[in-house]
Design a protein. Structure first.
Ligand SMILES: Cc1cc2nc3c(=O)[nH]c(=O)nc-3n(C[C@H](O)[C@H](O)[C@H](O)COP(=O)(O)OP(=O)(O)OC[C@H]3O[C@@H](n4cnc5c(N)ncnc54)[C@H](O)[C@@H]3O)c2cc1C
Length: 142
């Protein structure tokens, strides 16, 4: 990662990489380090005005395959996997969750669950609002 003048200060990036190194224990990959571009193989193809840079190692995974493999593993352990299915709402009633789902073909179905893990990523809040909205509607009897 070449350091350019318009980036954050070098010390700031170094501090960030230091934190990155220590977020998890390193067993296989080397830690990050600062480098001087002149004389370093990474600097060879770069313009001379780039004097410094940083080297860090990271892992890579095919996240689509990871999701599929997780789903297959869960299915092998008895889970029902419903792809292209949206959770519309979930309300707590009678000591359990009653959830409304919508399939890609527009059909809806209701499921009951002892617990729910909200793993909607950036949509976590939106989903919570849908849940509360459904709860309010239920409370109002509409
Ligand atoms: C451009 C970009 C690059 C990134 N690069 C990296 C990287 O290199 N390394 C790294 O570690 N992280 C990276 N991240 C971060 C990483 O993608 C997220 O941290 C991770 O995907 C979060 O996983 P999640 O399962 O919590 O949420 P998500 O992967 O966002 O999954 C949430 C799922 O919930 C579904 N959903 C939402 N609402 C509903 C609903 N009502 N009913 C049913 N399903 C619903 C969505 O369709 C989605 O499939 C990157 C993120 C972005 C945006």
């Amino acid at each position: 990662m070449p350091h350019m003048p318009d980036l954050r200060p070098a010390w700031f990036i170094r501090a960030g990489l230091f934190l990155y190194d220590h977020l998890a224990r390193r067993e296989l990959l080397p830690g990050s380090r600062g480098i001087v571009m002149r004389g370093h193989p990474a600097g060879a193809p770069l313009v001379e005005s780039i004097k410094r840079g940083f080297v860090y190692s990271d892992g890579w995974v095919n996240d689509a395959r990871l999701v599929v493999l997780n789903a297959l593993d869960a299915a092998e352990h008895g889970a029902t996997i419903l792809t292209r299915t949206k959770l519309l709402s979930a309300v707590r009633a009678g000591g359990e969750w009653r959830a409304q789902l919508r399939r890609a073909d527009g059909t809806t179905l209701g499921v009951r669950a002892a617990s729910i893990a909200n793993a909607a990523g950036p949509w976590v809040g939106e989903l919570l609002q849908a849940r509360w909205a459904a709860r309010r509607r239920t409370a109002c009897g509409s």
